[in-house]
Design a binder for this molecule. Structure first.
Ligand SMILES: Cc1cc2nc3c(=O)[nH]c(=O)nc-3n(C[C@H](O)[C@H](O)[C@H](O)COP(=O)(O)OP(=O)(O)OC[C@H]3O[C@@H](n4cnc5c(N)ncnc54)[C@H](O)[C@@H]3O)c2cc1C
Length: 406
């Protein structure tokens, strides 16, 4: 009898290596595709206050909705820097489209960091495939924009969560495939105990109320919704009652960096269109490019944009290099970015209106599109009120007697 030959045991299957994150050139190409679609529809979506469905479809198709999803879940594996570059590029064309993208990224960043393994496995591949565009529900009637409280409490039904929430302003809410919602935690004793829950659209009844006719950001289609539904318990994101630490670590930084990038893009796009118009054949013999008033106004606009850009880059550096973002000096920097970007980008475009005057500064049909940019940028100080941030910053400033500058 011959001894059976012992075949070597097959090597254990190695998990397939995740592909590398997207490179800059490939990302720029996909961003250009979305920007081109946005540009085609921007006049109509602003005029009609309608959601940019075509640009969203292109974000789905190009994978941009999965920009921040790690590659092991099928996403592009981009980082905050990639989100910033994309937001600036989209902001140059349409601030509503840029904010829709940046706010979706903010929700994705929270899920990547805080969702439990089951929710990550369920959701991240769907986002990467472009099937889930996420909206944000933090504002509530009565408390306004205050992030860290909620009046509506989550109910419990065994291990399920019962959600019943009125949301007065939800960007893209009628088109979102999922929602991240702040609610008072189940069995909480104070409105400060806030939980973040994720809900698929199919798990909810979504009722819209009222019209959407704002001054600017018209294509953001930020309508009022009433959301109701029952969710499995694992759809709480992070620990119940722990939304505050998510705001410090992810929500706040991503919101302030993302919004600022969108606003900077919009103001940069406006300045670029003005300079092209001034140097174009239509201005020859009509505009005195040596005018000291004009030169000073252009200089001021450029100075404002470079100031915001520098602050944005500094905030990105700090976020990328610090594990703990809670020290007052870091929170102050992030808030300073949001406040400064909101003010300076708006002032830059306002100054450009003065620089070029009625025809190209105030009329809708000018190729400079200053009128549209100015209306959109007016929302920046309101979109999480600068006044609220100043109050927080005053308190934080009192905590830092040495005035440490990061
Ligand atoms: C274009 C756009 C899109 C948005 N999209 C969303 C979204 O998708 N999801 C979402 O949840 N929210 C969204 N928001 C809401 C936004 O984040 C703010 O919550 C909202 O704009 C605040 O509304 P408010 O100014 O009425 O409220 P508040 O922040 O309550 O401010 C009301 C007024 O009171 C002042 N004020 C507030 N607090 C104080 C205080 N303590 N002391 C002194 N003065 C104070 C403010 O300066 C302001 O003048 C969006 C807003 C905009 C403009």
């Amino acid at each position: 009898m011959t001894a059976p030959t012992l075949a070597p045991a097959p090597a254990p299957a190695r998990p397939a290596a995740a592909p590398p994150p997207i490179d800059r050139a490939a990302l720029a190409q996909r961003t250009d595709q979305v920007a081109a679609v946005a540009a085609e529809h921007v006049a109509r979506t602003d005029r009609d206050a309608s959601f940019p469905v075509e640009a969203l479809a292109e974000m789905r198709r190009t994978g941009l909705l999965g920009l921040l999803v790690p590659t092991r879940y099928g996403g592009l594996g981009g980082d905050t820097d990639a989100m910033v570059r994309t937001s600036i590029a989209l902001g140059r064309v349409d601030m509503s489209v840029a904010v829709i993208f940046a706010m979706h990224c903010q929700q994705v960043a929270a899920l990547v960091r805080y969702a439990d393994a089951r929710l990550r496995e369920e959701l991240l591949p769907e986002i990467a495939a472009g099937r889930r565009y996420l909206a944000s529900v933090t504002t509530e009637a009565g408390k306004g924009g205050h992030l860290l409280t909620s009046a509506a409490a989550l109910g419990r039904d065994d291990d399920r969560l019962v959600l019943d929430r009125f949301a007065p302003i939800v960007t893209g809410g009628e088109y979102a495939d999922g929602f991240l919602v702040t609610m008072q935690s189940p069995e909480s004793t104070s409105p400060n105990q806030v939980s973040l829950v994720y809900a698929h659209r199919e798990q909810l009844t979504v009722e819209r109320s009222g019209d959407w006719q704002p001054l600017g950001m018209r294509a953001s289609h930020s309508v009022a919704l009433h959301l109701k539904g029952t969710l499995p318990g694992h759809q709480v994101v992070g620990e119940h009652g722990d939304f505050r630490s998510m705001v410090t670590a992810v929500f706040g930084p991503m919101a302030h960096i993302g919004w600022s990038a969108c606003w900077l893009g919009t103001a940069a796009g406006a300045l670029s269109r003005v300079v092209k118009m001034l140097r174009g054949p239509q201005s020859r013999g009509r505009v005195d490019l040596g005018s000291e008033l004009l030169l000073t106004r252009l200089s001021r606009a450029r100075q404002r944009l470079d100031t915001v850009h520098a602050l944005l880059a500094q905030a990105q550096r700090v976020v990328a290099t610090h594990e703990d973002l809670s020290p007052p000096r870091i929170q102050l920097l992030l808030n300073a970015l949001k406040i400064t970007a909101a003010e300076e980008c708006h002032l830059a475009v306002d100054g450009l209106v003065e620089a070029v005057g009625m025809r190209h500064g105030y009329l809708k049909d000018s190729p400079t599109r200053l009128e549209h940019s100015l209306r959109d940028l007016r929302s920046a100080a309101l979109n999480y009120s600068n006044d609220r941030l100043h109050l927080v910053d005053g308190r934080l400033a009192l905590l830092d007697q040495e005035v440490r500058l990061d």
